[in-house]
Design a binder for this molecule. Structure first.
Ligand code: SF4
Ligand code: SF4
Length: 209
């Protein structure tokens, strides 16, 4: 992560410029990756946990035989975590080698039921699932390089033909809103301009060789 003191702040979040430069796949394709970012479970906000438990019968209806329909097995014990508004995070359990909500085809059941019911596709999904490969940690919007480092498809250099910023515009807007995103675009321009100015002496030296 870059120096936090220098970071631009948008909507109360510090922006790590790595979001502009980190390479990423052009788009997620679960036929190629099998949804492996969901193999480890996720930390949900306590309010997200309560919402999901309150709709457990609906979730169970869309689960397949690779998932457990015993809702008591869906979540870990709550833990304190200052990255969550309530200060409490609740991890989803891993069952059959994948998040309890991942079906055998690699689809998230929570996203699937939102779409089946004509709702916004992210209505029931924990924020950190929506964000990945982005992450919010200690008030900084950055790239989750630790989790990304485990991926066999989207972390391979030969597959990374785009950047996190270009691929995750919808996710960024989800967090910052349209106005925050516009501010981020301005900051991105500014960031690359500054970068090219600071690099220009070496470019000149290169040309002089
Ligand atoms: S983030 Fe990576 S592992 Fe997850 S769905 Fe996208 S391409 Fe697949
Ligand atoms: S809740 Fe859905 S998106 Fe999040 S880790 Fe589980 S299966 Fe993946």
């Amino acid at each position: 992560m870059s120096d936090q003191q220098q970071m631009k702040v948008i909507k109360g979040l510090k922006i790590d410029p790595i979001v502009f430069t980190q390479k990423f796949v052009k788009g997620c394709d679960i036929c190629l990756c099998s949804g492996e970012c969901c193999y480890y479970g996720v930390y949900a906000e306590s309010t997200e946990f309560e919402m999901l438990m309150a709709m457990k019968d609906r979730i169970i209806r869309s689960m397949d035989d690779s998932q457990t329909t015993d809702a008591e097995q869906w979540f870990e014990e709550p833990t304190e975590d200052s990255d969550f508004a309530s200060g409490i995070a609740v991890g989803t359990e891993v069952y059959n080698g994948k998040c309890v909500f991942l079906d055998k085809q690699g689809f998230c059941t929570l996203q699937k039921i939102a779409m089946e019911d004509g709702e916004n596709k992210w209505k029931y999904k924990p924020l950190y699932c929506i964000l990945f490969p982005l992450v919010i940690s200690d008030g900084v919007l950055s790239v989750d390089d630790e989790h990304l480092g485990r991926m066999h498809f989207c972390n391979r250099a030969e597959n990374q033909t785009s950047t996190v910023f270009d691929v995750c515009k919808e996710e960024i807007k989800h967090v910052l809103g349209e106005d925050g995103f516009a501010e981020l675009e301005d900051y991105r321009k500014e960031y690359f301009e500054q970068l090219s100015e600071s690099e220009s002496p070496s470019v000149i030296l290169e040309k002089d060789k």
